[in-house]
Design a protein around this ligand. Sequence first.
Ligand SMILES: NC(=O)c1ccc[n+]([C@@H]2O[C@H](COP(=O)([O-])OP(=O)(O)OC[C@H]3O[C@@H](n4cnc5c(N)ncnc54)[C@H](O)[C@@H]3O)[C@@H](O)[C@H]2O)c1
Length: 351
Amino acid sequence: MKVLVTGGSGFIGSHVCEHFASLGNAVVAYDNLSRSSLLLKKEGKSATSNWDFLKTLRHIKTIRGSTLDYSKLKSVMEDVDAIVHTAAQTAVTTSLTDPRTDFNTNLLGTFNVLEAARNSKTNPCIVFCSTNKVYGENVNSVPIVGKKKRYAYEDPKFRGISESFSIDQSKHTPYGCSKLGADLYVQDYAHTYGMKTAVFRMSCIYGPRQFGVEDQGWLAWFVIANLTGQQVTIYGDGKQVRDALFVEDLVRAFEAFIASGTKGGVYNIGGGSKNTISILELVDMIESLSRKKFKIAHGNWRSGDQKVYISDIGKAMAELEWGPRVGVEKGVGRLYEWVQDNMTLFKESNQ
Ligand SMILES: NC(=O)c1ccc[n+]([C@@H]2O[C@H](COP(=O)([O-])OP(=O)(O)OC[C@H]3O[C@@H](n4cnc5c(N)ncnc54)[C@H](O)[C@@H]3O)[C@@H](O)[C@H]2O)c1
């Protein structure tokens, strides 16, 4: 099988590339390396280290290019069997200050991927990385209770947000809108053109090779900040809860979809109700690993922040015969070890 991974140099994309190549598939990693300029400010070593890593692996071809360059995208897509589309402008904060870049990358970029796939001879299936942010602030209508270090759903039997949760009449952010627009297009290309497409609405994904910064990739950012002695700001009260999914478990879900006979659809995906963590709990977990206290500042609640978001992963589990294998404590431990082993990358990128 030949697999195209847009955003192949990114955190999730690099794991998708590594995994499919390790199974002997031919993989094309396609990335414009823009995370560096948008989020890491300059093309420091950390921004290209995933790219450099991919170049050391067998079965992977790296091509630098943008999803906004339709003719280049079309040419790299000519003979692929599957596309994992991870390329995106990924930060809510950037979408607020630069909504045009967010719109172009997330909506037009995805449209280009769909059109190039529709016009290719191989009729590839498509995995799209959507987000829980498509539900917007509607998720805050689920009754919650405050506990000492976390919020929780009031009804202990509530399994989390399912795919049928309303996306309408909700407050969003530009990022939520551009991802939702793309999400709907991906669904519609299955409906209108009979393509096999899956939309994965992802909660918090974490793991090694995640260059988390304050604006995106919070779990990795907290580990990096603690180990490099940088101050973190907790916006709101820190009791915000997410279900967290280790990146290798996510990649297995993508693989299960591609191999499955299902036509596709929408899947909410994260660690589910058994793998949740709050910011305050993460702080405790990291401090006990490093034995170093965080430098913490406090800020107001951020626009679009959800107090509790837990994915109901029942549909993905049933249809894809999939489930998370790596618990939060073990997964954070693996992320921590990776940061510890690669401290030079973070020191350089933060100069
Ligand atoms: N990490 C998470 O917790 C999470 C949660 C929800 C959704 N997502 C979605 O998953 C996907 C991957 O996220 P990630 O955490 O790996 O982010 P990432 O920033 O590490 O990876 C995105 C990659 O896309 C590349 N890119 C950006 N614009 C591009 C363009 N126009 N053409 C080609 N490449 C481009 C970037 O350079 C980067 O390497 C995104 O679509 C994001 O919206 C991630």
